[in-house]
Structures are given as C-alpha cells and as structure tokens.
Design a protein around this ligand. Sequence first.
Ligand code: DWN
Length: 411
Amino acid sequence: MVTIKDTCRICGQSNLYDFFDLGSMPPANTLISQHTFNMKEPEFPLAVTVCLPCGFMQLKHVVNPNILFRYYQYMSSASSPYVDHFRKLTGLLIKECSLVKGSLVIDIGSNDGSLLKAFIKCDMKAIGIDPAQNLARQANMDGIETICNYFTPQVAKSIVIKDGPAKLVTATNVFAHVDNLKNLIEAIDIVLDSDGTFVAQFSYLGDIILSNAFDTIYHEHLSYFSIESLTRLFAKSPLELISAEKIPIHGGSLRILVKKRGGRKNLATKLSSQLTEEKALRLHEKETYRQFAIRAQAVKKKLINLLVSLAKDKKFVVGLGAPAKGITLINFAKLTDNYIRFIVDSTPAKHSHFTPRSRIPIVPERVLRESPPDYAVIFAWNFAEEIMRKTNFIKKNGGKYIIPIPNVKII
Ligand code: DWN
C-alpha cells in the first residue's frame, strides 16, 4: 500500500533533510460516499523531505498509485478558469511548436479530456492516457480517444506502432505525481517525434515556499521541483530541458518545454536567466524549509482560532471548493462540520460525498443561494477571484470570505 522513499528521486543520495510532518492522513481526493460514511478509510503518513543539493522536495512515502488514481473524482472541466487556461495553452503550443492540422498530440494524465478537447477543436489528432477508469470511460464517450493506463514505455511503443510519433506530448499536473521519472522520461522519448516537444506543468517549489502553500502537500504530489532540480533530472536523460517558465495557475506553477537531444530546435533556451532568478529563493538552505514549516503551523493555528471563535459566536461558516488541497488543510487542522457546516463544489462527482476523515458534506452550488453563510472559507484559493465573482450574493447578504493561504485573511 505504501513504500518509504529515502533517497532523492533526482540524484539518488540519501542525506535528506526531514523538516515537516503533517501526520497520518487519508488520500485527499478519496471522498467518502453515504455508503462508506461509517467505514474507516485508510490513512497514510504525509511528510516531506528535501535534497538540499538538488533544491528538490519530495514526500517521504509513496502510496500505491492504484489507490490514488484508478478512480478519480477531480475533473478539470469543473473549474471554468482551468478550462479557459487550457484553451489559451492550446493556442500557445500550436504556435510555439509549429503544429499543423492532423499533428498527433498526446496528453499524459488526460483526466476528463478537457485539454485534448481544445486541441481537437484546432483539428489536431489527440490521444489521452489516464489510469482512472471513470474518467477514461467518460472521455471516450465524449469522443476523446483515451487509453486507460499509466504512461509506460510499453504504452508509448504501442502508440507509435498504431499512430506514429507525436509532435506534442503534454502533462499538466502529472509529472509531480509519478514515482519512476526515469521510466516516464523513457516513455516520452519513445513516443516523441524527432522534432517533437514535451510540455509539462506542475506546482513550482519556489511558489509553494513563498505562498505558504503547504496545503498542496498531499499523497498525489510526490515531487516538488525547483528549476535547478529539473536541470539535474534532464541532464541525465535523453531529453533536453529548453525552458522552465513560471506561470500563475494553481497558485504558481512551472511550465517546462523539453526536446529530444540532437533534434532540430527552434526554441531558444532561457534557462540561465531563470536559474539566476531562482537563486534568490535560497532553495538549497535548511533555513528556507524550517521557516516554511513554522509559517505553516502559524497559518493552521490562526485558522483554527478564527473558526473556533466563529463557532462560539454561532456564526454560519461554509467552505467554497473541495479541492485536494482544501481537504489536506481541513485534515491538517483537524476541522470537522462543527466548524465548516458544508462545502460547496462545482464538480458533480463530488456532490453527496463527504471529506475523508473530517466527514464534511460536499454539496452543489445551489445550496449556497438557499442558505447564504456569515463566512465562507475559500479552500480553492487559487480560483478565489472566480469563486467570489460567482458567489457575490454572500457579500450582499453581509457575509465575508476567509482566504486561508498564504495567510488567513478575511475580506
Ligand atoms: O495536481 C492536481 C491539481 C492541479 O488539481 C491534482 N492532484 C488534483 C487537483 O488538485 P485540487 O483539487 O487541489 O485542484 P483545484 O483545481 O484547485 O480544485 C478546485 C476545486 O474547486 C474543484 O473541486 C472544483 C472547485 N471549484 C468550485 O467549486 N467552484 C472550482 C471553481 C473554479 C469554482 O468556481
């Protein structure tokens, strides 16, 4: 069920700095149904460690991916700003990678096919790969060819035989979820055309540290990359890291562009300036991480104190968004429905479910209009603007928002 990872996933050394233990937790995206409400769900250790020379943070334990990903309730299409982000990303990559109509685009961890739908609208040939049976079934029903599996060298070879090599391979919030990166990079190298491009997006360690985003630490997120760590990872691989651009999505991410070594490159590498900028974050120093853990505990304490005082004053408090990060925060702070009456979420698959361990009910957005709250904690703080726009009736009713990250703020 769970294995210990006591060497750096990038360089293999075992002298790691253990600095933050969130305790034993249930997987954040494994929501509880009415049928399993009275059952005890599995919990696993959740702690992070750092390889200081690589500037790379990783979980100390690896939960069997079949527990996390074979049935998956998070759907990209439930967040309209994310769908919009995919539309813009599609246009950008078609231009940047000089794709022509019919070019093969493969999306690793394609979820419900939201990104590939945008490429299909631009006349690309698209293949998705996702291990979640519920998502792959739905995506195939929606006309997105989706292979229900993990992306392995074997799957890569079968795609090349059937469809030929890909001009573009994407992986949005997947690269950090994979334990065996060597295997993943080998599969990408197999499936990528000689002038093809691999583009991945994932949370950036620098932004996690700067924005106290400790709630993005959960079992799915095995790796937390700095740009330095990525240069080390790809230096030992058949692929070449061309750029690592900081983008705002999901509270601060990196978008990396990778090409085959020796292949034609029409993309200038911008890495040196990006690496220089990163030095200011001091990601190779223990103190950076020690302070991060202290700030995380302070945010947790401040949130608990606020919610306890609101409960004492009989205030009606709800949650907005039931993201994996929000469930991590709720369970790290040991919150229950004594403090958060219910959580509203735009994902139909999450409705009539409860948060793991804390058992807070997740309800459709319409419930909010029926009973506007005194306070609403925006757990999906990375979409706070959109969520406050959609729920502005809360303010009109005299209600207030609480944004927990980077610091507990009432607006
Ligand atoms: O890496 C991952 C990230 C990128 O996405 C995956 N491990 C799973 C998931 O993590 P997350 O659940 O923390 O991601 P989000 O995209 O921040 O989740 C947003 C949640 O908020 C979704 O459940 C949808 C919901 N939502 C909502 O209720 N109303 C979102 C919007 C925009 C809204 O208006």
